[in-house]
Design a protein around this ligand. Structure first.
Ligand SMILES: *Cc1c(COP(=O)(O)O)cnc(C)c1O
Length: 403
């Protein structure tokens, strides 16, 4: 049997196995696409941005798509456009930017539980926390659609607007219908770890012409064109350079999705026989982008806790992320809010780890990670003795020295 790195052996991936890598279009294709705008001295908010908005609208089945400089800015402007009249209910098990978009609008985030199996916003728990809320914001966690039907039903009972943080979900399907066509706005990210990349960028999809118009004006300082600003806006324009990358990246989306889904299926198959590691549940009627392949670690059944596992994987050169830990309601930025009681979220956030997954990952590399997870389970007692509680971990010395 191979000696585990954490027990003194040679790392399985001496060069390191990256956690995430963008699947980039050829540089020549990007420069060819950019050349007309660039030659005309048009560097931002030009024809390539328009083209990206049109292509994305077709792909997403959305009436309107507005390109912005980031998903965070898009969420800020979308929430603003929908003018919630009270706190915004959202999951704590999400990326911080979901909550930041609420707080930047002077609105209070009202955190609700996620589900243990799907990691998505829990509609039943949400129902009990909706009194006085002005809107719902739900994240399509790790690229799998959130429970759209139940969330829309909750919102409809109270006439609340719904925004989906779709940062992970470009190409996801819910009952065969593309994410991007639900709710009052869905906001995508084009940053490097997401499915379609621009470098930095975002897309706001909405069925409402007024929302699209407010986001268009809002991305341009609040200026509709006459320099008489209608509200306090941002500079959240997308540049032509970013749009050129995004258009070429969008053209690769189907190939990219197919690869990620094949790799995720391979992980699932490999992990099926292993006690204590449970991948995110994705209902049969949904199709995830697998922006992340995230597992919950049951420390009793597996023999190692999440942090111990992440530490032992880092020693082998395998880079992982503890998405989403700490959950947003426990982050320092939100310490002014009275701490919500979210025991399920706390337990999920303490047990999850996301494994390497990207378009160019080799199937053989997935197999080796799966084998490694099996070896760590088999030798969990010895590993636990060496690693201790393993809490200093991933951001700590071992991860850094192997980066
Ligand atoms: C990445 C991400 C964002 C932020 O996207 P940016 O384009 O970097 O602003 C927002 N929400 C979630 C869930 C994300 O993962």
């Amino acid at each position: 049997m191979r000696q585990l790195a954490v027990l003194g052996g040679f790392p399985l991936f001496p060069q390191g196995l990256a956690f995430s890598r963008p699947m980039l279009p050829p540089l020549e294709a990007v420069t060819a696409r950019l050349s007309a705008s660039y030659g005309a001295g048009m560097l931002t908010n030009g024809p390539l941005v328009r083209q990206l908005e049109e292509r994305a609208a077709e792909r997403l089945g959305a009436a309107h798509v507005v390109a912005v400089s980031s998903c965070t800015a898009g969420l800020m402007l979308a929430v603003r456009a929908l003018a919630p009249r009270g706190p915004v209910l959202l999951p704590s098990f999400t990326f911080s930017a979901s909550a930041h978009a609420v707080a930047w609008n002077g609105l209070t985030p009202k955190f609700a539980e996620c589900r243990r199996d799907t990691f998505q916003l829990d509609p039943e728990d949400s129902a009990g926390r909706l009194d006085g809320a002005g809107a719902i914001l739900a994240t399509h966690v790790f690229g799998a659609p959130s429970p759209v039907g139940a969330i829309m039903a909750l919102a409809a009972e109270r006439s609340l607007p719904v925004v989906f943080d779709a940062a992970h979900a470009m190409g996801a399907l819910h009952h065969g219908r593309p994410v991007g066509s639900f709710g009052d706005a869905e906001v995508f990210s084009l940053s490097p770890t997401k499915l379609v990349v621009a470098g930095e960028g975002g897309l706001v999809a909405t069925p409402h012409a007024e929302v699209a118009q407010a986001v268009r004006i809002g991305r341009d300082y609040g200026n509709p064109g006459d320099y008489d600003t209608r509200f306090v806006g941002l500079n959240a324009r997308l540049s032509e350079l970013h749009a050129a990358v995004a258009l070429e990246s969008l053209a690769l989306l189907d190939e990219h999705l197919a690869r990620r889904r094949r790799l995720a299926a391979r992980y699932r198959l490999g992990l099926a026989g292993l006690a204590g590691l449970r991948p995110q549940t994705v209902p049969d009627h949904d199709s995830s982008t697998y922006k992340d392949f995230t597992i919950a670690v049951d420390s009793e059944a597996y023999g190692l806790g999440r942090d111990q596992l992440a530490y032992a994987l880092a020693a082998e050169g395998v880079d992982t992320r503890r998405y989403f830990f700490p959950p947003v309601h426990r982050q320092q930025a939100y310490c002014d809010l009275s701490l919500a009681s979210l025991p399920v979220t706390d337990s999920v956030a303490a047990s999850v780890v996301s494994l390497p997954l990207y378009g160019n990952l080799e199937p053989g590399q997935v197999d080796r990670v799966v084998e490694l997870l099996g070896e760590l389970h088999a030798q969990s007692e010895a590993v636990a003795a060496v690693v201790g509680s393993g809490t200093a971990v991933v951001s700590g010395a071992v991860g850094a020295s192997l980066a």
